[in-house]
Design a protein around this ligand. Sequence first.
Ligand SMILES: NC(=O)C1=CN([C@@H]2O[C@H](COP(=O)(O)OP(=O)(O)OC[C@H]3O[C@@H](n4cnc5c(N)ncnc54)[C@H](OP(=O)(O)O)[C@@H]3O)[C@@H](O)[C@H]2O)C=CC1
Ligand SMILES: O=C(CO)COP(=O)(O)O
Length: 340
Amino acid sequence: MGKVAVLGAGSWGTALSIVLADNGHEVALWSHRKEHAERINHARENEQYLPNVALDSLIQVSSSLENAIQGADAVLFVVPTKAMRQVCQQVSSLLTEKQTIIHASKGIEPESNKRISEMMSEELGAHHGKGIVVLSGPSHAEEVGLKQPTTVTVSSLQIDQAVKAQDLFMNENFRVYTNEDLVGVEIGGALKNIIALGAGISDGLGYGDNAKAALITRGLAEIARLGKRLEANPLTFAGLTGVGDLIVTCTSQHSRNWRAGNMLGQGYVLDDVLEQMGMVVEGVRTTKAAYQMSEKLEVDMPITKGLYDVVVNEKPPKEVVDQLMNRGKTDELEQISKGL
Ligand SMILES: NC(=O)C1=CN([C@@H]2O[C@H](COP(=O)(O)OP(=O)(O)OC[C@H]3O[C@@H](n4cnc5c(N)ncnc54)[C@H](OP(=O)(O)O)[C@@H]3O)[C@@H](O)[C@H]2O)C=CC1
Ligand SMILES: O=C(CO)COP(=O)(O)O
């Protein structure tokens, strides 16, 4: 048992703090807003992001990064991808060499097209760079907070660091696997949000299970094609952070990406959707990043291109479905094998 600093007091940071406290760790949960930190400490609940879930007394919330990180054996970064560089810059001088560095966010940075561990490694410097661990998989905060059975994967270029993270989080409700394929784990976790936006749009347009099954299957094929180009292990996409997270995010109403897509499919405009969500919808920025990567690396990603047309070019979703359905003929095995 030790101390873990959790940076980011949204739904996922709060749910993972609950897992860590269940394992007997002292948790310093950091919110960048003082009033939010005080509110959670007082209510013993994160009413804004994870309501109706009581927080153990082992979880103490602070708006001071120094207090959160001092004496921590591990530091978990779980802010939206957009905030990751800034938070890394804020903490980089506070970290010590012994601390295990983990992130549990899901995204790709537009323009640089960097994965989260790559961005972190640039900001945190050589020592922590190679040992950064990612935790990913099919895991909605709402269910983890209720201690419902959940499985995730941890990965790192230094597998001993991933094993340390596995030991920190693993318990009878929260099963943690290791996987050496850092690229595949991060790419699967980030890109499934694009397909979940598409699944929500499909439901919002009134389409049925056939359309959703097609999106999940063909979405997996194009994620694997990009992954292969980036030298991921294709088998990772058959795992929890690939097909597992695609299934949960495309089919669960807990998913913010699915919910945002659902509203887009019903005709709401993106700015209104994002305002109403009040939580991060990573798929929007990841769509931009993945589209840029598919163009640069010449990887065929028709669903991503369609979603890019919706979120960037404001094309009506129905037109995008027609565009996808009326492409030229292709062979299924030929397409799938490009991701193997
Ligand atoms: N929720 C889930 O079930 C899961 C989420 N994830 C991933 O975890 C990451 C975080 O998501 P989640 O917790 O759900 O997001 P939420 O929208 O629930 O919360 C985001 C939190 O980050 C804070 N934040 C925003 N900007 C900054 C900043 N610049 N510095 C510090 N804190 C900031 C927000 O504060 P404020 O209130 O001030 O905006 C808020 O506390 C995402 O990448 C997501 O994809 C992964 C698996 C499951
Ligand atoms: O990553 C998640 C589940 O594994 C959460 O997905 P959303 O961000 O769409 O809610």
